[in-house]
Design a protein around this ligand. Sequence first.
Ligand SMILES: [Zn+2]
Length: 96
Amino acid sequence: MEPGTCYLFRSEKTAAKADSFDTLSFSTKMGTALRNSYSRRRARMEKWECTVCGYVYDPEEGDPENKIEPGTPFEKLPPDWACPECGVGKDMFEKL
Ligand SMILES: [Zn+2]
């Protein structure tokens, strides 16, 4: 596992701990459901779409052709990474 990945996991954990669910800790069914859906949403990595050609970067798949390992979030892509379909830079991508 490369250092960048370790750091990512650490910061995710820290962020999760920092988020307080005290207002939901009266542990009603509703509170639990909200808490569950909230953590699921955080865990899921965001997909980004190329506004030029419609290619979607899926962090869970990465971009093997460009040596981007599966699990690499869009933010961690190298600055010179380009759309595999049309070749535009990261600034042409929009979060889905
Ligand atoms: Zn593109």
